[in-house]
Ligand binder design. Structure first.
Ligand SMILES: [Zn+2]
Length: 214
């Protein structure tokens, strides 16, 4: 056999074995979900009197983590204490850990104290994947006690062509949940009474999205 043919055969065998190994590794990769508790540290987020968005989001994020871990899902939090984390770092954490899903938790605020309800934002550039994730979560949240469903929104508050940083800079399906208005007493009351149900609903919505993908 010619030397070049031998080398070619060795190369082909090497490539085939590599592809098989990579496939096995990818198939065995544990599902990873990244939950992003909005704001933190000096950045308190929206607030009403002494109630801060950064505290509500952390509480919910920790509960979602607990429920997903009970289902053997690996969960990464972009922060697990009251600390300031830049938007860039939040995305880096999710991308580096190869998260399968990224969900950012926020609370809404308005000068209109009557404004209420839950809405989920998706990235207008990668809409299909994001919308599917958002729809699953919203469908589950609707089964809980919420004041109103404001629906799924594309882009950001600045318009459909401007996306939220964390949705624009994460490589996996992602969405940003505004879990009621901190400026609305009834939304706050509902959140406090149903915080576990809300967290469980979000976890279930994420699980549904992951099952579709597998
Ligand atoms: Zn926020």
């Amino acid at each position: 056999m010619k030397k070049t043919v031998k080398i070619l055969i060795i190369l082909v065998v090497f490539v085939i074995i590599s592809v098989i190994i990579i496939n096995v590794i990818l198939r065995n990769k544990q599902t990873v979900v990244c939950i992003d508790a909005g704001h933190g540290g000096n950045d308190v987020g929206a607030y009403l009197d002494k109630r801060y968005e950064k505290e509500d989001t952390l509480k919910i994020a920790k509960l979602i983590k607990q429920y997903l871990e009970e289902q053997d899902i690996k969960v990464i939090l972009t922060r697990d204490s009251d600390e300031a984390v830049s938007l860039g770092k939040r995305c880096k954490i999710a991308n580096k850990k190869l998260a399968d899903v990224f969900v950012s938790i926020h609370r809404n605020s308005s000068e209109d104290a009557q404004a209420n309800g839950i809405e989920i934002w998706t990235n207008s550039q990668k809409a299909n994947d994001d919308i599917e994730l958002a729809e699953n979560i919203l469908k589950e949240l609707e089964k809980t006690e919420i004041q109103s469903n404001r629906g799924i929104k594309n882009g950001s508050i600045k318009g459909e062509n401007t996306n939220y940083y964390v949705l624009n800079n994460t490589n996996m399906p992602s969405c940003l949940i505004e879990l009621g208005f901190i400026s609305n007493e009834e939304d706050n009351k509902l959140l406090d009474e149903n915080i576990e149900a809300y967290a469980k609903a979000i976890a279930n919505g994420i699980l549904e999205k992951l099952e579709v993908e597998e």
